[in-house]
Design a protein around this ligand. Sequence first.
Ligand code: F6R
Length: 357
Amino acid sequence: EKGTYDYFMLKEIDEQPFVIRKIIQHYQDEENNIKVEQAIRTEMAEADRIYIVAAGTSYNAGLVGKQVLENVAGIPVEVHIASEFSYNMPLLSEKPLFIFISQSGETADSRSVLVKTQAMGYPSITVTNVPGSTLSREADYTLPLYAGPEIAVASTKAYTAQIAVLTILAVDTAVAKGLPLEFDPLQELAIVANAMETLTDQKETFEQMSLDLFKDTRNAFYIGRGVDYYVVQEASLKLKEISYIQAEGFAGGELKHGTIALIEDGTPVIAIATQENVNYSIRGNVQEVAARGANTCIVSMEGLDQPGDTVVLPHVHSLLTPLVSVVPMQLLAYYAAVQRDCDVDKPRNLAKSVTVE
Ligand code: F6R
């Protein structure tokens, strides 16, 4: 069912605006208010700290989720790599709530944490694309993603769906707690869906950009600050897993503490700059690497853009920028893999769901 697409990955990237609209529909009631199961609302209101546990791309979505949950719902959030959590368990708060994020709902590393936390008697929610999956059945509650089957090994629409659902959960909690809300999440998500569409309509731009950046390179760096730092981690994971280009996502300010030594003539450095409070400093980082010969490009957002930026994203709410800035990153990785004749949907050594620890 790839239709006219060469690969499922591209089809799934294109489906993202549709998935966001579907999530909006599923999570709203007749009065256009957010609708989340009452029991989940109660758990969220009672928790003094949230522990997000996940792997890979779902972990990267969790990082963005932390930002939204802390900002909107005012609950401290820790994000943990599932495979580390089991033997490196943090000191837990008095009333922890565990959120497992998993596209497949079958990731063994995450499940082993769930087994432990349930034995300890802590409540759990699974955010998954597969209701009925192991993690969904075994957790107390499930928040479905409604993204439709994700076939390509490289996760794309699940990432954005996870962030959208966590945003809705954050807003629902804020409303339940009577916290002031400075934005209408469903309306802002609708704006996001349109912005995504603008980007998926410009595929040739990203195809060319991928050639310009990655044609003759062995490695690539992505930089960002704040929430953009979380997105560059996902950007680099996408690039390495399907194109086999060695890639890393860094916090802009951290470059000077070591990584800048790797910059050579022509090293690709892609910066994401969607946040007003770091717009000046991230651009400074780009200049630092450009001065050392890096092949730089800046992906900025309407309103914060400057002449010479390679991509200017349509404007969306500052908490929701990852949903939009990740789309060019997914497309860049996709075209890099195609240009290197890689098997985009089935990268070497990887499986769609990782059912071993
Ligand atoms: C990356 C990717 C993996 C998964 C990870 C978790 O594109 O697909 O990193 O995100 O294995 O899988 P789920 O979300 O099914 O638990």
